[in-house]
Design a binder for this molecule. Structure first.
Ligand code: M6R
Length: 409
């Protein structure tokens, strides 16, 4: 309806008439406001040949990654450029990442990478918890606010609290005109373009890409990462869009297994280490789109309670890429199989056979370095949620009871 936008600060108001608008300050004085124009690219965003925005957004993920790499990676020198980063590296000794929903899962994912690649202390928090806790604000902490929309009320309130306490704030957002982006001291845009589907897909991959790049850069600046390792990891990153593209073609098997999830009372998503945040994200996607109960759990926690949920025929997704946790996760998988679970194993291609019996179905994504496997493991889970909602005939782009941007508590 319009490509013009302006922002009202607290207390300001406006009167909109048929053909013009007037702005006022809190005391009723008329004021002039800067009117910005949205880019034509955003105006044009439509479904194209896809049935749903979500399907389109899943397929757009290689482009999201290419955009992020183009923005932050100096591909000829295998280096990372974060222009105008406002702080000196010795001013930062810890990071706190805050978000909601999928964005929170990005924070959790980043925690593993920051701990692996840097010597920084890492904390993460769900924004609605952070804002009401008695936080210990520390001058040498970098507070990262992760949000697709940049308008999530709880995330904004957490940012506001940090601003009031004079903390270092950085937004990892998609919508760069948003409140979170405008009020943070520094912004790292994720450049995934408009995301319409309520279920976040390409924004998740965009967020974790930027957070991974930031972890690599801080690791290198802090001299926690050897130059050689840093360069190797950047080289691998450049290959990521192609690998995601290949993984996107794994459609048939996922479509077939989605029926079993639809018929089940509930399901579980298990992973360890780097795969645990992805298990949470897979479970969230399934519940929000297909209204199927889905629990994401650390595979190693099963014996501490959730194993009691497993019954004959229950679908369980096990994320077990060939990483340091592989053997442990396979052993957790065998425990659920022994109790009757139908296991969908998602791993990556390898010359080594999978030594386990009675796996219901296996999906193999491409192989790459361990840090990057979470990007690939995410794809089948997004598709699983999409196809099960499609089969159920649910409103995929607008699931019941949910809004794209949660602007109230
Ligand atoms: O716009 P944000 O990234 O701040 O939104 C946060 C969550 O509301 C959002 O990720 C939500 O969990 C998604 N619908 C999940 O797909």
């Amino acid at each position: 309806m319009t490509n013009k936008i302006t922002y009202l600060n607290d207390g300001e108001f406006c009167i909109i008439k048929k053909d013009h608008v007037e702005f006022f300050s809190e005391d009723g004085t008329k004021i002039n406001k800067k009117v910005l124009e949205l880019s034509t690219e955003e105006e044009k965003y439509d479904k194209g040949d896809f049935k749903h925005f979500m399907a389109k957004e899943i397929e757009e993920q290689p482009i999201t990654l290419k955009n992020g790499i183009k923005e932050y990676i100096d591909t000829s020198n295998n280096d990372i450029n974060i222009h105008n980063f406002p702080w000196k590296i010795n001013e930062i000794s810890s990071v706190t990442l805050i978000g909601c929903g999928t964005a929170y899962h990005s924070c959790l994912m980043a925690k593993y990478w920051f701990e692996e690649l840097t010597s920084l202390d890492v904390n993460i928090d769900v924004a609605s918890e952070f804002r009401y806790r008695k936080n210990r604000f520390k001058k040498d902490t970098l507070y990262l606010f992760v949000s697709q929309s940049g308008e999530t009320a709880d995330t904004y309130a957490a940012l506001d609290l940090c601003i009031k306490n004079n903390m270092k704030t950085c937004a990892v957002v998609n919508v760069i005109e948003s409140s979170i982006a405008r009020d943070s001291e520094f912004v790292l845009p994720i450049h995934c373009g408009t995301e319409i589907g309520v279920a976040s897909t390409k924004a998740f991959l965009g967020q974790i890409l930027i957070l991974y790049i930031l972890a690599l850069k801080l690791g290198s600046l802090k001299k926690d990462l050897e130059k050689k390792t840093y360069i190797e990891k950047i080289k691998d990153l450049k290959e990521l869009p192609k690998l995601v593209e290949k993984t996107l073609s794994l459609d048939n098997k996922i479509q077939a297994v989605s029926s079993t999830f639809n018929e089940a009372k509930g399901s579980m998503f298990l992973g360890r280490g780097f795969s645990f945040p992805i298990a949470l994200e897979g479970a969230l996607k399934l519940k929000e789109l297909s209204y199927i109960h889905a629990e994401g759990y650390p595979a190693g926690e099963m014996k501490h309670g959730p194993l009691a949920l497993i019954e004959e025929g229950m679908p369980v997704v096990v994320l077990a890429p060939r990483d340091d946790y592989y053997k442990k996760t396979i052993s957790n998988m065998q425990e659920v199989i022994a109790r009757g679970a139908k296991v969908l194993l998602i791993t990556n291609k390898s010359k080594d056979e999978i030594v386990s019996e009675n796996i219901w179905e296996t999906i193999e994504v491409e192989s790459t370095n361990e840090d990057l496997l979470p990007f690939l493991l995410t794809i089948p889970l997004q598709k699983l949620a999409y196809y099960s909602a499609l089969k159920k005939g649910f409103d995929i782009d607008k699931p019941r009871n949910l809004a794209k941007s949660v602007t109230v508590e």
